[in-house]
Design a protein. Sequence first.
Length: 169
Amino acid sequence: MLIAETRSQDELRTRGFGEREGQEYVLKPYEALYLLQAKRLTFAGKKDITFDSLFEHLLKHDRNIMTRFLVYRDLRSRGYVAKEGFGFGDDFRVYERGEYEKKPAKYVVFGINEGANVTARGFASAIEQIEKMGKEAVVAVIERRGEVIYYKASKMRFSQNKHDTFLVR
């Protein structure tokens, strides 16, 4: 979604919405949905665009838009600024409250729908990569009712216990 008006671009940027891409100022689809739902976005000359109509249009291009939107909306409602992530699926760089544009993101939050199949290897690999970047990994599990629950994740190493060996049959 392109934002043409310079004053609107500045206001959105200071609040952590959108990014400049070349000469244009662009909102990500989940940002547009969030602002439209909050009644803080209108489309010039297109009064018939509603949250539902925009969502249905976006769903045709991104089957994970609901996951992204739910996590993004929840993070914003908690006072965090969330920006596009590093490619771990439905992930966001998340800044501590009041630190956007002052410090780098502290967290990488990635969304997983309840009941989704995720391999342990893939999950561990994502956490390891996030930790190598100096960020804290947080998993956002989206329940079937749309509620988002967060879990901090970190890599753990188990050493072999030579004293207590037992046989499982």
